[in-house]
Write a protein that binds this ligand. Structure first.
Ligand code: SF4
Length: 202
């Protein structure tokens, strides 16, 4: 599958997930706090290169890929390179600079479930939500017990890996995943013509 087709397939998967998350948010009543960046300001976020292929492709078609790769190579911090904190004094308040192209992990966290050893679904969310939205959180735990639909991490990662088994099954620190995605795009187009711009929907 070509890079363009992979990017489109990942974007379709993300659109589907975003739709499911919207429904799940309405059913559960759970929501992130405006301006909160606590989950992005973590040093142990792992991701696959494949989920950042749309971002790498976006940078590439905007002629930013080499520059971004250089910046990522210079990055010393394990915190996501894309996260922009409000200020030094407020590191957990901030925003994602490329929200539209964020990865699968970024979309699932807070609104996705993982399966425990017994196959029971557990919501993967943050302390803030658990403590401050207790009623909605408990309602959600019950919804999961009642087998109400929730996006499941492992299911979505399996769907992602169907697009590219190799790139979808490598899990590494988030900045490494972005670098790997950029390297894949840059090496793919090293000897190929620049991709044609996407046709605008009528
Ligand atoms: S890509 Fe965006 S949403 Fe994902 S961890 Fe980085 S800053 Fe947060």
């Amino acid at each position: 599958m070509s890079i363009v087709r992979k990017v489109r397939a990942i974007e379709r998967l993300f659109d589907r997930l975003d739709g499911e998350i919207k429904v799940f948010q309405q059913t559960s009543g759970l929501h992130c706090y405006a301006g909160c960046g606590k989950c992005c300001n973590k040093s142990d976020i792992d991701a696959s290169p494949l989920e950042f292929l749309p971002l790498a492709f976006h940078w590439f078609i905007n002629h930013e890929a080499e520059q971004k790769l250089e910046l990522l190579n210079q990055e010393q911090s394990p915190i996501c390179h894309i996260y922009s904190p409000l200020s030094i004094g407020h590191l957990t308040n901030g925003s994602c600079q490329i929200y539209q192209h964020r990865g699968l992990i970024c979309r699932l966290f807070g609104y996705g479930a993982s399966k425990d050893k017994l196959g029971q679904l557990r919501l993967v969310t943050c302390k803030l939500i658990k403590e401050n939205q207790l009623e909605s959180y408990e309602k959600t735990q019950q919804l999961l017990k009642d087998a109400e639909y929730v996006p499941v991490f492992s299911d979505y990662y399996k769907k992602l890996a169907q697009i590219d088994f190799h790139l979808g099954n490598q899990i590494m620190p988030i900045n490494e995943a972005m670098k790997e995605a950029l390297e894949v795009v840059l090496s793919h187009y090293a000897y190929r013509p620049f991709p044609r711009p996407r046709k605008k929907a009528a």
